[in-house]
Each structure stands twice: as structure tokens, then as C-alpha cells.
Design a binder for this molecule. Structure first.
Ligand code: FA5
Length: 340
């Protein structure tokens, strides 16, 4: 018993002398974890008659010293906080470093303008996958295997047979028709396309297209023309005129290519339009009967138009950008020029 009393006296005196947290932790290891533990264990070595009284006192000592330690460490933490507040006072008037704000990529901004214009004409957005199968990218669009028109699209094939990266947004036509048939359709299908092409100032291996598709019982070429002229005027200015040339796509018949008078020279001829006075904006046409049938629509009853435009080329025309490689080069000097 007297050992316990002297242990208590020593422990409390030492605790009192601790001046910081490190010293308190050393105290804890020495007394609570070691000496007090030993003292508690000693009960088993005593004669049975002495055990209850000794055990009770040892446990009380342990409890008391633990409580003393906890209050000493809490008090020390309070003191440390007060010291740091006094010595490291925050200067809240110091100006912060300016946060660097990101912005939307110019292609995304343009895509959003295109969505808004077609939304006003009643077109909904339909998303379809960038990884396609050969059948939907080509076969169902009226290009069976070995059809020479497939050469118009240089293709990234994957190691899985029949799986490729879509070369255009047109396979989305099949998905949307099969999903909505026999209802009328008025959608745009935006997204990234991939082509295994040499990269030049006008051609990239990845670029956005926006496809348009309208299907109904009396959809005509006049509807296509009206939609495209309305689009060109909202996108590029009220005074724009549009020229239609005949063309060829396996999935449209007749097929056309659409030019717009040059936004820089208004037709007079300049370097942007290569002195022709016209800029090509998209390919289009009336949906081929085979494609309508592959989508589930009876070509004797339904007709439709489709178009596909390249977004980056549209941006290039809008801002007279002369090199498409700027779009994915991550050069902030280029990207910062667009939008706020
Ligand atoms: C097509 O891809 C057709 N699917 C378009 C279409 C849709 C026609 C519906 C009829 C009906 P084309 O290969 O011409 O067509 O590409 C369309 C547009 O994508 C081009 O006018 C151009 O703006 C853009 N484009 C094509 N290849 C590239 C490229 N390598 N880099 C950047 N833009 C490209």
C-alpha cells in the first residue's frame, strides 16, 4: 500500500513538471503504461487476504492518474492553440491568388449554338455510340461489304472483328429509326467521329459532326432546303445565301452538298474561300429507300432528309482559323481567344 502511495506522489509531481505535449507523452509511457500497470499486476503475487484492499487501491490509482493525464493533455492543447493564434495571426486582408477559370472549348460552344438553332426548329438531340459495328456504320447505310463507297471513309478498325470507331454520325440514323419507328422523327445526332487519315491543316483523325434526320409521311427536298437555309442564316448571318450542288452518298438519293456564300468576302473571292466565293458547309440528301427500310420505315409511305456537317470546319469558317490541328493541341493561347 505504501508503494502505491509513493508511486502516486511521484507520478503527480512529475506530471506537474511537464511543460509540453511531448513531455506529457513520455510521462504517460513511464507511469500509466509501465509503473502503474506493474503495480496493478502485482496483486496476484500477494497473499489472498491482502488482495482485495490492494487491488481496489491500485485500480483507483490507475483511474486517478489516467484522469489527471487526460486533463493535463487537454489543458496543454488549449495552451498550444492559444500560443499559435497569438504568434501566427492570420492576415485576412491579404489578397488571395487569382483562381484560374476554365472555359468551354470552342467546339463545345459551337455545338451548343447548333443545338439551340435546331431546337428552335423542333429537332431533339439523340446520342449514339462512338464505337460502332461495321454493319451499322456501313452495311445498313447501303454499303455492303466490299462496296467501293466504303473507301470514302478511312476507318479505324479495332482488334475485335467487326468493331470500329464510327467514321461519321450517320450510323446513328439507324439507331434512332429503329428506336422510334413508325413515329415521325426530327433529331440531330452530334458527336465525335474518327478517321484514319493523314493529319493536315484541314483534316484531323478526330472531329465532331452533327447529323440531322427528319422522317415523316410528306418530307421533301424543300423541307431540307428550308431547314438548311434557316440554319445558315441563324449561324452565320441573315444575309447568307446557300448554294446546292449535286453529290453522291450511298445512304441518300438524291444527294447534295451545300455551300454558303463566303462569310469574309460575301462571294467576291478571298483566301478563305480559295477565290471561289463559296464555302462548303455540309453533305445532305433524301434518305435512301434502302436505309429507310433498314430503319423499319416503308419507303412507299415515308420519306426523310438527312444531313451531316463537320463542327470544326464550321468553327474554322466562323473565325477564319487556318489550321484544324489547333483544336486538340491544348495551346492555351489558341483556346483563350474564344468566349469569356
Ligand atoms: C459524311 O460523313 C456523311 N455522313 C455526311 C452526310 C450525312 C451526307 C447525312 C448525307 C446525309 P463527309 O465525309 O463529307 O460526309 O463528312 C462530312 C463533314 O465532316 C465534312 O463536310 C467535313 O466538314 C467534316 N469532315 C470530314 N472529314 C474530316 C476530317 N478528317 N477532319 C475534320 N472534319 C472532317
Amino acid at each position: 500500500m505504501s508503494t502505491l502511495a509513493s508511486l502516486e506522489e511521484r507520478a503527480l509531481a512529475d506530471l506537474h513538471d511537464c511543460t509540453d505535449e511531448a513531455a506529457l507523452r513520455v510521462w504517460k509511457t513511464r507511469y500509466l503504461n509501465d509503473e502503474v500497470e506493474q503495480a496493478v499486476k502485482k496483486v496476484s503475487t500477494l497473499p489472498p487476504a491482502e488482495r482485495p484492499a490492494y487491488g481496489k487501491q491500485a485500480n483507483e490509482l490507475k483511474k486517478k492518474l489516467t484522469a489527471e493525464y487526460e486533463s493535463a493533455i487537454a489543458a496543454e492543447k488549449e495552451r498550444a492553440l492559444a500560443r499559435s493564434l497569438a504568434s501566427e495571426a492570420l492576415d485576412v486582408t491579404l489578397p488571395s491568388r487569382p483562381a484560374r477559370r476554365g472555359r468551354l472549348h470552342v467546339s463545345t460552344q459551337t455545338l451548343r449554338s447548333i443545338y439551340a438553332i435546331f431546337a428552335d426548329m423542333g429537332f431533339q438531340i439523340y446520342r449514339s455510340s462512338e464505337v460502332e459495328d461495321d454493319e451499322t456504320n456501313f452495311g445498313l447505310l447501303n454499303m455492303p461489304e466490299h462496296h467501293p463507297a466504303r473507301d470514302m471513309w478511312d476507318t479505324f478498325y479495332t482488334t475485335k472483328p467487326g468493331v470500329l470507331l464510327r467514321t461519321h454520325t450517320s450510323p446513328g440514323q439507324i439507331h434512332v429509326m429503329r428506336e422510334l419507328c413508325p413515329r415521325p422523327i426530327r433529331v440531330i445526332l452530334p458527336g465525335m467521329c474518327y478517321r484514319y487519315e493523314a493529319i493536315t491543316t484541314r483534316s484531323e483523325i478526330m472531329f465532331h459532326q452533327v447529323e440531322g434526320l427528319a422522317i415523316g409521311e410528306r418530307v421533301t427536298m424543300a423541307d431540307l432546303k428550308g431547314a438548311l437555309i434557316a440554319f445558315a442564316r441563324r449561324m452565320f448571318g441573315d444575309e447568307r445565301t446557300v448554294r446546292i450542288r449535286s453529290s453522291y452518298f450511298p445512304f441518300t438519293e438524291p444527294s447534295i452538298e451545300v455551300d454558303m456564300d463566303c462569310i469574309v468576302c460575301a462571294g467576291a473571292g478571298c483566301s478563305l474561300c480559295k477565290r471561289s466565293g463559296w464555302l462548303e458547309i455540309l453533305g445532305a440528301g433524301m434518305v435512301h429507300p434502302v436505309v429507310l427500310r433498314n430503319g423499319g420505315y416503308d419507303p412507299a409511305r415515308y420519306s426523310g432528309f438527312a444531313f451531316g456537317m463537320g463542327v470544326e470546319r464550321t468553327v474554322m469558317m466562323t473565325y477564319a482559323i487556318d489550321d484544324i490541328r489547333q483544336f486538340w493541341a491544348n495551346d492555351l493561347r489558341f483556346l483563350r481567344q474564344f468566349g469569356t
